[in-house]
Write a protein that binds this ligand. Structure first.
Ligand code: A2P
Length: 280
């Protein structure tokens, strides 16, 4: 990967740009409009949003304000947990499209799996949501479909359907590499996308990461993003005020020795959200 517009190929042949601009926790209104339009102007062509972020209308406005043609952008949306199931997913998708003011999505994801902690028929619920996503995909309303936060046991049932997931977006940063899920996805041709590649900011004060980053004349944030890329994983930067810094990760290469040192890091903080234990 040499630049922001370089892509990973999904299992249906559609291409996803290697660095996404995340909008989680970006306040709705002017902040989101500005962040998105500035990110696009800074070269990001992949924008990641979700219904539950509550900022889809502003994200859509930011896309318009940027003046960049829709066909040059890759836009991801996500269906929220309260909209699981066939009928509700269909309605939620239409609302997302109306809020974003777009006529197609590049990627639509199930935000969290229904889990056995909350539902006896969790597997059936996930399959019903997936049936709606598949129908929208086949109708051409979405170019690719996938999931977030699915562990191998959640993915299993979806692998036996007509269209298999193309992406799994999971929490991934130094100290939290989710090896089992990543290896399942690699074996099943699912691209893994990282959310919170900076551990929601927690990685930035890590002394070891800071000292490795200094060797390359880079910040710990840039090191984490580059590390995600070199692991063959798609990072997502949530950084309205550091947009340019986080895009500047294509002029250095982390050595194998440093990659191994980071790969070997113990857990040092993360969201603490476990897909089978969350209560939302
Ligand atoms: P801000 O949005 O104010 O820039 P993650 O992507 O892992 O979820 O982390 C996002 C958090 O890390 C946000 O709090 C963001 O703050 C902060 N952050 C993102 N990029 C940088 C950076 N280059 N330097 C310092 N903090 C950053």
């Amino acid at each position: 990967m040499k630049k922001m517009t370089d892509t990973f190929k999904l299992n249906n042949g559609y291409e996803i740009p290697c660095v996404g601009f995340g909008t989680w926790q970006t306040p709705d209104g002017d902040t989101a409009i500005k962040a998105v339009s500035e990110a696009i102007r800074a070269g990001y062509c992949h924008i990641d949003t979700a219904a539950c972020y509550g900022n889809e209308t502003s994200v859509g406005k930011g896309i318009k304000v940027s003046g960049v043609e829709r066909s040059r952008l890759f836009v991801t949306g996500k269906v929220w947990n309260s909209d699981r199931g066939y009928g509700k997913t269909m309605v939620a998708f239409e609302k997302t499209m109306a809020d974003l003011e777009l006529d197609y999505l590049d990627l639509y994801l199930i935000h969290w799996p229904a889990s056995s902690t909350q539902f006896e028929d969790w597997e059936q619920i996930n399959l019903e949501t997936w049936r709606a996503m598949t129908e929208l995909y086949k109708a051409g309303r979405i170019k690719a479909i996938g999931v977030c936060n699915f562990l191998p046991h959640h993915l299993k049932a979806l692998m036996e359907t007509e269209v298999q997931p193309m992406v799994n977006q999971i929490e991934f940063h130094p100290g939290q590499m989710q090896e089992e899920t990543v290896s399942y996805c690699k074996d099943h041709n699912i691209i893994v996308e990282a959310w919170s590649p900076l551990g929601t900011g927690r990685m930035l004060s890590n002394e070891m990461l800071k000292s490795i980053a200094a060797k390359y004349g880079k910040s710990a944030a840039q090191l984490c993003i580059r590390w995600c890329l070199q692991n063959g994983i798609l990072p997502k930067s949530v950084t309205p005020s550091r947009i340019i810094e986080n895009a500047d990760v294509f002029d250095f290469e982390i050595t194998n020795e440093d990659m191994e040192a980071i790969n070997g890091m113990e857990y040092c903080g993360g969201s603490g959200l476990h897909p089978d234990k969350v209560d939302f």
